[in-house]
Write a protein that binds this ligand. Structure first.
Ligand code: NAD
Ligand code: MG
Length: 333
C-alpha cells in the first residue's frame, strides 16, 4: 500500500474507505480520496450505470455488501431515501465491529430512519457544495468547506478519522466547522427550502410572471429575473453585501434598499419560521419519507409542473445561443 504523504491524512494510513453510491457526492469523494493516495473501493449494484462510470474512472467496484465488509470507513452516498434499505440489507450485516459509518447529510440518523449498531462510530462530513464543485476545487488544489460532526464514538477516534477523511477530499483546504447531526440536518434542510432552492426559484418565477403578465417580453423578463441573478450571487459570494453595493448602480442600490424589504417582509419571516418548525419537529421528514414510500407521484408531478413553466421554454431558447455556458456535469443539490 502507498504511504500517505500528507500528515493530515495519517489516521487513514492502512485503512480502506468504502464509498457506497457514485452520484454527485460519491464520484467526487471517491476520486479525491484516490488522488490523495487513500485505499478506496466503491460499492454499487454491479450492473448499473454508476458502476460502469466508476470503472471507467479507474476505480474498483464491488457490491455494496462487499464494500461494507472491507471498509474500515464506510461512507454512504446514495440518495437519502434509499439509505435506510441499503443500511439494513447491505451495511449492517457486513460492516466490521467498531468501523466508522459516515454520511454527507445527517437526515437518516437524525430523524431515526437509520439506527446504527452501537459498536459503530458514526460521523458526518458534509461538503457545503455540490459534488462537481468538490471535485473541481480539489483538482485545482483548493477545497469546498465542510461541516463535520460525530454522533457515536465508542472507539474515541471518530472525529480524528472524519477530519482525515475531510482532508482526503480537500475539505480542510476550504475550512472545516464542527457541528452536530441536528444542526447540520436542520440548517441544510432550511437553507434548501427557504433560501437556496425553494426561496430563490420561487422569487425568480414570481418576478418573471409579474413582468410577462404586465405585457413585457418573456426574453427580457428571463434576463432580468433569472440570468442576471448569477452576477449578483457571484458578487455576494466573493465579498458579501459590500461587494455587491460596489458593483451595482446607485439607482439599483436605492431600489434594493427601499423595495427589497417590501418583497421579503415580516410575513415571509413568519413563514420561514413555520418551515423551520416543521423541519425541527420532524413533520417535513415524515412527509417526505411517506411520499417516497407511496411511490413519489406527487413529487414527480410537482417537478414536472416546474419543468413545464414558460420560463423553461424561453430559457432553453436563449441558453442555446449562449455558447459559453457549460452545464454542470452532475446534478447540483
Ligand atoms: P445522487 O443521487 O447523485 O447519487 C446516487 C448514487 O447512489 C448513484 O450512484 C446511484 O447509482 C446510487 N444508488 C441509488 N440507489 C442505489 C442502491 N439501491 N444501491 C446502491 N447504490 C444506489 O446522490 P447525491 O446527491 O450525491 O447524495 C448523496 C448524499 O450526499 C445524500 O446523503 C445527500 O443528502 C448528500 N449531499 C449531497 C449533496 C449534493 O451536492 N448532491 C451535497 C451535500 C450532501
Ligand atoms: Mg445542502
Amino acid at each position: 500500500m502507498t504511504s500517505l504523504k500528507d500528515p493530515a491524512l495519517a489516521p487513514l494510513q492502512g485503512l480502506r474507505v468504502a464509498i457506497i453510491g457514485y452520484g454527485s457526492q460519491g464520484r467526487a469523494h471517491a476520486l479525491n480520496l484516490r488522488d490523495s493516495d487513500v485505499d478506496v473501493v466503491v460499492g454499487l449494484r454491479p450492473e448499473g450505470a454508476s458502476a460502469a462510470k466508476a470503472r471507467a474512472d479507474g476505480l474498483t467496484v464491488v457490491t455494496p455488501a462487499e464494500a461494507a465488509r472491507s471498509g474500515a470507513i464506510v461512507m454512504v452516498l446514495t440518495p437519502d431515501m434509499v439509505q435506510p434499505e441499503i443500511y439494513q440489507q447491505s451495511i449492517e450485516p457486513n460492516i466490521a465491529q467498531g468501523a466508522l459509518l459516515m454520511f454527507a447529510h445527517g437526515f437518516n440518523v437524525h430523524f431515526g430512519q437509520i439506527k446504527p449498531r452501537a459498536d459503530l462510530d458514526v460521523a458526518l462530513v458534509a461538503p457545503k457544495g455540490p459534488g462537481a464543485l468538490v471535485r473541481r476545487e480539489y483538482e485545482q488544489g483548493k477545497g469546498v468547506p465542510c461541516l463535520i460532526a460525530v454522533q457515536q464514538n465508542p472507539s474515541g477516534h471518530a472525529h480524528e478519522l472524519a477530519l482525515a477523511y475531510c482532508a482526503g477530499i480537500g475539505g480542510t483546504r476550504g475550512g472545516v466547522i464542527d457541528t452536530s447531526f441536528a444542526e447540520e440536518t436542520e440548517t441544510d434542510l432550511f437553507g434548501e427550502q427557504a433560501v437556496l432552492c425553494g426561496g430563490a426559484t420561487e422569487l425568480v418565477l414570481q418576478g418573471f410572471e409579474t413582468l410577462v403578465e404586465a405585457g413585457y417580453q418573456p426574453e427580457v423578463a428571463y434576463f432580468e429575473c433569472l440570468h442576471e441573478l448569477k452576477l449578483i450571487v457571484d458578487l455576494l459570494h466573493e465579498g458579501g453585501l459590500a461587494r455587491m453595493h460596489q458593483f451595482i448602480s446607485d439607482t439599483a442600490q436605492y431600489g434594493d434598499l427601499t423595495r427589497g424589504p417590501r418583497i421579503i417582509n415580516e410575513d415571509t419571516r413568519a413563514r420561514m419560521r413555520e418551515v423551520l418548525a416543521e423541519i425541527r419537529d420532524g413533520r417535513f421528514a415524515e412527509e417526505w419519507v411517506a411520499e417516497h414510500k407511496r411511490g413519489n407521484q406527487r413529487y414527480q408531478a410537482l417537478k414536472q409542473r416546474d419543468l413545464e413553466h414558460p420560463i423553461e421554454v424561453v430559457g432553453r431558447k436563449l441558453r442555446a445561443q449562449m455558447s459559453w455556458l457549460q452545464p454542470t456535469p452532475t446534478k447540483p443539490a
